[in-house]
Design a binder for this molecule. Structure first.
Ligand code: MG
Length: 159
């Protein structure tokens, strides 16, 4: 059994009046992420974790932020492409664990929907996808509501 682990981290700043897309779904809020794509930090962290497990570099290498065809792109498309890289190499995703750090809004009501949506995109069951949310107790850029960060760890394996 060939087992690989990967970790990912992403940050986006928040801007007033923008769509907030997290974990593949739109979360109602007054602010959203400023980004070339839809700014889904959770998916970006998961993509980086998967790419890290494969030692393929980072999401910016695969999907450059100066590529006009990627402007405003749904990050679920990026996730599916990264998962294809995983399966192309004979690996399957064992599990994903992701934490989103932001002060507001409370994300708990959306967590299970995120898990279902992400699991479907990755072709795995939702019991293999853990999504968590934390505030930073008003500390740092997340606590000041200037930005959102996400961390992810994944395990992939091949028989
Ligand atoms: Mg990003």
């Amino acid at each position: 059994m060939d087992i690989r682990v990967g970790q990912g981290y992403d940050v986006h700043s928040l801007g007033e009046g923008l769509r907030l897309v997290l974990g593949g779904i739109e979360v109602p809020h007054t602010k959203g992420c400023i980004a070339h794509s839809d700014g889904d930090v959770a998916i970006h962290a998961i993509c980086d974790a998967l790419l890290g497990a494969l030692a393929l570099g980072d999401i910016g290498k695969l999907f450059p932020d100066n590529d006009p065809t990627l402007k405003g792109i749904d990050s679920k498309i990026l996730l599916r492409k990264v998962c294809q890289e995983v399966t192309d190499r004979g690996y399957s995703i064992s599990n994903v664990d992701c934490t989103i750090a932001m002060q507001r809004p409370k994300l708990r009501p959306y967590i299970d929907t995120m898990r279902e949506v992400l699991a479907e995109q990755m072709g795995i069951t939702a019991d293999r996808v853990s999504m968590k949310a934390t505030t930073t107790e008003r500390l740092g850029f997340e606590g000041r509501e200037e930005g959102v960060s996400a961390m992810a760890v994944v395990l992939i394996c091949k028989e």
